[in-house]
Design a protein around this ligand. Structure first.
Ligand code: C2E
Ligand code: CA
Ligand code: CA
Ligand code: CA
Length: 280
């Protein structure tokens, strides 16, 4: 048993070396990618469960790395938060989405709110509200077409700073969504204080809400009930199965986001979806 433990340890540190090397290369490449704009925004529709009407989308970043192919944001965003390149990336995302909204408006498409993920690190740095205001004005986009997603756990970090930035963003007229709701242990009181417009139920609760797990269904039901009472819009994430959709429809969930309707798609593809207006 002892020997096995030793082997395990060696294996562990070996893979850790690889990942720190990969980290080093990724950081170097990330700087290049920012300059070359090797990033691309994908859009995942948010639809009404009953009609399939597209009411919005979440913007999700993609990085096409010349050697590794698509690098998942789940991998490079945490790294960008560590090395502070997240500031450049976040600002690029905000500019890109505003420009995209302008292009869609110029094509006379019916605009829908686009949700941008906001890293807590960018959230706490100065200049965010000014940048958003400036980009909206530059492209003449009404503020209601932007929504910022902030994770429940990042809300818990620094109440004061968060509250004033959220207030300033709301003052502009942009929407605020609490992302990954249910995973960060925020108290009910937070929901009242932050005055978010939208709650996004984390996919872990949706995954088993097809009847396999009674407890998750009970949690989803009570979040939906709570959101109704607080006049908040609710989006269920990670909906992959028809049973889940049926359950959420029955419980009057406002919007559905998940592979069942569509994976995140490139801008041109989402533009076609906007043109049609609904998904089946
Ligand atoms: P998130 O904000 O929770 O985004 C939802 C993730 O769930 C996305 O993964 C999306 O593709 C995935 N997803 C959507 N529907 C389904 C489904 O039905 N089944 C499954 N299995 N997955 C589904 P993605 O695009 O890989 O993004 C991962 C995370 O990276 C995001 O989680 C977010 O935290 C972060 N991220 C993505 N784009 C950005 C960005 O532009 N800025 C920042 N700061 N973070 C971003
Ligand atoms: Ca999100
Ligand atoms: Ca989420
Ligand atoms: Ca997440």
């Amino acid at each position: 048993a002892k020997q096995q433990g030793k082997n395990n340890y060696q294996l562990y540190s070996f893979s850790r070396d690889i990942s720190s090397y990969k980290k080093y290369v990724l950081e170097k490449d990330m700087r290049k990618a920012i300059v070359n704009e090797d990033f691309e925004m994908y859009y995942q529709p948010q639809v009404e469960p009953g009609t399939g009407i597209i009411q919005g989308a979440e913007a999700l970043i993609r990085w096409n790395h010349e050697e590794w192919g698509l690098v998942s944001p789940g991998e490079f965003i945490p790294l960008a938060e560590e090395n502070h390149l997240i500031h450049n990336i976040s600002d690029w995302v905000i500019k890109k989405v505003c420009l995209q909204l302008r292009e869609w408006r110029d094509k006379d498409l019916t605009l829908r709110p686009i949700a941008i993920n906001l890293s807590p690190i960018r959230f706490f740095k100065k200049g965010l509200v000014e940048l958003v205001k400036q980009q909206l004005e530059l492209h003449q986009i009404p503020a209601k077409y932007l929504e910022f997603e902030i994770t429940e756990s990042s809300l818990l970090k620094s109440e004061k700073g968060v509250l004033s930035t959220i207030a300033a963003l709301k003052e502009l007229g942009v929407k605020i969504a609490i992302d990954d709701f249910g995973t960060g242990h925020a108290s009910m009181n937070y929901l009242r204080e932050f005055q978010a417009d939208t709650i996004k139920i984390d996919q872990v609760f949706i995954k088993s809400s097809d009847g396999q797990n009674k407890k998750d269904r009970a949690i989803v039901s009570s979040i939906l009930h709570l959101a109704k009472g607080l006049d908040m819009k609710i989006v269920a994430e990670g909906v992959e199965e028809y049973d889940q959709l049926e359950f959420l429809k029955q419980k009057e969930c406002d919007l559905i986001q998940g592979y069942l309707f569509s994976k995140p798609v490139p801008a041109e593809k989402f533009e076609q979806m906007l043109g049609t207006g609904y998904l089946k």
